[in-house]
Design a binder for this molecule. Sequence first.
Ligand SMILES: NC(=O)c1ccc[n+]([C@@H]2O[C@H](COP(=O)([O-])OP(=O)(O)OC[C@H]3O[C@@H](n4cnc5c(N)ncnc54)[C@H](O)[C@@H]3O)[C@@H](O)[C@H]2O)c1
Length: 316
Amino acid sequence: MAKRVLVTGGAGFIGSNIADELIRRGYGVTVIDSLVTGEKKNINPKALFIKGDVRNPRDIAKCFAKKIDVIFHIAGCASTIKSFDDPAADLNTNVLGTVNIINAAIKHRVPRLLYASSMTAYGVPDSIPVRETMGTRPIAYYGITKYAAERYVLATGERKDIGFRLNTTAFRMFNVYGRRQSLTNPYQGVVSIFIGNVARGETVTVFGDGKQSRDYVHISDVANAWIGAINNPESYGQTFNLGSGIRVSVNRLIDIILKNFGRSRKNHRIVYKPARPGDQRHMQADISKARALLKWKPGTVFAEGLRDVIEWAKGN
Ligand SMILES: NC(=O)c1ccc[n+]([C@@H]2O[C@H](COP(=O)([O-])OP(=O)(O)OC[C@H]3O[C@@H](n4cnc5c(N)ncnc54)[C@H](O)[C@@H]3O)[C@@H](O)[C@H]2O)c1
């Protein structure tokens, strides 16, 4: 019988795209999502949907009516800014929510747990590109909770007292972009925020001088890494960077987006405001570990991936 994967956060940007790909490949999927930022229309109709909150163990228990073989724990507060505005909410969802998922995995003897960690775990890196062996000193509250949850997951994978082996993997995802990333939520990814601004003819606001750079990885590449790792023992107990390995400045990103809309800085207003707390200056992933152990490589060229999101945005 096909394996069943519980996708937490399966109504959100990353979770819903991964759930679609799991279903396309023949997996059964159960989704739990509180719909706080996720949307019902993102949930694959073939998935079993439980509306619930990972902060609440009773909601999580409902997901186990059908046997779960794998958990993809993707639900989370995904915003650095919100983590400073409301640190307790960020802490509860990202850390307590993860602890609740781990408890459920142990109770139901789920042998496989994969976790959505973040490049924010690194904070200000010693050098770039960053490798998984480098120090983790998160500077955003969000990065602290994502890293703490990562440690809970991986430390549980080391436990020998739970009566079975829980094989864990954490993905430190860099800037993921693609269809369904919210065009209206100012707390989501910078790619979709800027595309939404330009599409609606609004001023684009840059925090900082725009020379800061990010590593953008397409959601289809991210989905391939997650799903490809399910049955790969080389990934057990491991952390992987998921990025493209290429760095693009925020200014360059804006220029590419403007060009795709047939606009330029001459006829579209860009304003620069002071950098916000927790902002990392430059980020770039070293992806040699994922290449070697997962046999993974990002296949989407940034310009093409961006064009695809813009096409989707124009239809939305
Ligand atoms: N987008 C990125 O570039 C990126 C990078 C690294 C890590 N991540 C992590 O990936 C995950 C998904 O991010 P995303 O960009 O898809 O954001 P998203 O907001 O679209 O997805 C998060 C989903 O989790 C749900 N959720 C939030 N709190 C919940 C709760 N308490 N109980 C149940 N469901 C809850 C939301 O409704 C939403 O559907 C997050 O954990 C985020 O920290 C994202």
